[in-house]
Design a protein around this ligand. Sequence first.
Ligand SMILES: [Zn+2]
Length: 132
Amino acid sequence: MPRREFTVKTRKAALKRSGLICEAVGEWYGLPAGQRCVRNLGDGVEYDHYILDANSKDNSLENCRAVCPKCHGWKTRNHDTPTAAKTVRQQFMGMKTKGKSPLAAKPKTPKQSRHDWAPELPRFRNFKGVEG
Ligand SMILES: [Zn+2]
């Protein structure tokens, strides 16, 4: 689902501002407080809405951060998850417990021994042979 993106102009400005170093700073991006990421954006750059655009609709340069994919991914996982996703997950969990099938009702088939089906053999104990 594509979001509203920054304009090319904004991206270029953000990249220029970054000096090709990831602009991610602090805990918001999974870094120690106040510490800036030092990765070179020459390896890959993504443009992050510092304040989630779903709420602010803010595609200004001030809200744009040129960050490395790693920092962007961390923030997305930990901060940008919309509340809607949480609701869906809760509904799914509810369905899962509700639809539990009773396994105890499954009938057990008795294990039949092969010998039960064999015909009784005639007894030859008192049979007199032809010899003698
Ligand atoms: Zn980074």
